[in-house]
Write a protein that binds this ligand. Structure first.
Ligand code: FES
Length: 199
């Protein structure tokens, strides 16, 4: 990411535009995006389609996530600037809806159900142990990019509570001690794939 000031690069010059609206950032914190990045051109087309329609923010963000894979701060700020709304409003929507992610997703997505049936059967213990096992603090994705851990609402498998999914596979009647073995399945699977690619 390039960082510059308005004085150095007036709006639109050198293929770079400042991201944060004037009132929302100090000049030294002004962030910019490289407008030659084709993904921003794709996003511009989406923004053009919904120009002036502030009620379309969720649709715009959904498209932006499809284009970038996730919604980092610079993309949120770009959407805010182009739609002429506060970054805080965009950020509020992104953090409210669980379908939006702000970090690149790992190879495997682990979703722990936090619906009522799962919660009363120990879903929080499962989540805590999972985070400990994968050394996740506030982050959702492991340092090696292998797993992204998220919570989810009821997935309709309450009879197997507590439940988590790894990608499309459902693992039920979990207890915290099962997790190491389950994660190992995917770790070994990936190690096997790498081995096959090398030989
Ligand atoms: S509450 Fe977890 S599957 Fe229904």
């Amino acid at each position: 990411m390039k960082v510059t000031t308005k004085q150095e690069y007036p709006h639109g010059e050198q293929g770079i535009v400042p991201l944060m609206p004037e009132a929302e950032t100090r000049p030294e914190k002004r962030e910019t995006v490289d407008t030659k990045d084709h993904r921003y051109r794709e996003l511009d087309k989406v923004l053009d389609r919904y120009r002036g329609e502030k009620g379309e923010l969720i649709r715009v963000l959904h498209s932006a996530q499809k284009i970038f894979g996730y919604l980092p701060q610079e993309v949120q700020a770009y959407v805010a600037l182009k739609m002429d709304i506060p970054v805080s409003e965009v950020n509020g929507v992104v953090t409210f809806y669980t379908l939006f992610v702000t970090e690149p997703k790992g190879k495997h997505t682990v979703s722990v159900c936090m619906g009522t049936a799962c919660y009363v059967k120990g879903a929080q213990d499962v989540m805590d142990k999972l985070k400990e096992e994968l050394k996740l603090d506030a982050r959702e994705t492991t340092a090696d990019g292998m797993f992204t851990v998220r919570s989810t609402r009821c997935i309709g498998a309450c009879g197997m509570a507590p439940v988590m999914t790894v990608d499309e596979e459902v693992h039920g009647k979990l207890n915290a001690d099962d997790l190491t073995g389950i994660l190992k399945i995917y770790q070994e699977q990936d190690a096997g794939e790498k081995h096959d690619q090398i030989h």
